[in-house]
Design a protein around this ligand. Structure first.
Ligand code: MN
Length: 201
């Protein structure tokens, strides 16, 4: 199989009380596993089987809806598990902190704008912090699309992503997406976001 479900660096219950163990277990072992399996099935026997996921996403307009949905789902969730962690949530430092202050005025302003992007994304989708021509920007995408895709309205390299599909929060937060987002800030792994920022610049 071309792609495999990545393991988490922490236990399913490690992000409680902000993200509950049952949600984490279903999200990773069912949803992310399904995107991975369906992506493999969709590219089996094609030239894309030997390509990396980023190359697939950058050429997504040439590929089927099954690859778009499941390739996006495979990539997006891999990033999502990396940018959250237990005992995280302190504010960013260093170059990333400076870049956020420069672009958004302050970390609080950034969180406000990002939260607006996440709460106003209608239906299922993602909010993103991206690097675009060396600069930070906030955007959101529907379904499992992402800013690496050639069909994305706003393109760039994602360094932080928030899943606002109901499957990401409904068991614990029901319809209260804003409460889920408020809690999620407590588990953002800024060290990892800073690494992705350096790599993307
Ligand atoms: Mn999800």
């Amino acid at each position: 199989m071309a792609f495999t479900l990545p393991n988490l660096n922490y236990e399913y219950n490690a992000l409680e009380p902000h993200i509950d163990a049952r949600t984490m277990e279903i999200h990773h072992s069912k949803h992310h596993a399904a995107y991975t399996n369906n992506l493999n099935a969709a590219i089996q026997g094609t030239e894309w089987e030997s390509k990396g996921i980023e190359e697939i996403l950058k050429n997504i307009s040439k590929l089927s809806p099954a690859v778009r949905n499941n390739g996006g789902g495979f990539y997006n969730h891999g990033l999502f598990w990396e940018i959250i962690a237990p005992n995280a949530g302190a504010n960013p430092s260093g170059n990333l902190s400076e870049a956020i202050d420069k672009k958004f005025g302050s970390i609080d302003n950034f969180k406000k704008d990002f939260t607006t992007a996440a709460t106003t994304r209608f239906g299922s989708g993602w909010a993103w912090l991206i690097v675009q021509g060396g600069e930070l920007a906030i955007c959101s995408t529907p379904n499992q699309d992402n800013p690496l895709m050639d069909i994305a309205e706003v393109k760039g390299t994602p360094i932080l992503g928030l899943d606002v599909w109901e499957h990401a929060y409904y068991l614990n937060y029901q319809n209260r997406r804003p409460d889920y987002i408020t809690a999620w800030w407590n588990v953002v792994n800024w060290n990892e976001v800073a690494k992705k920022f350096s790599a993307a610049k």
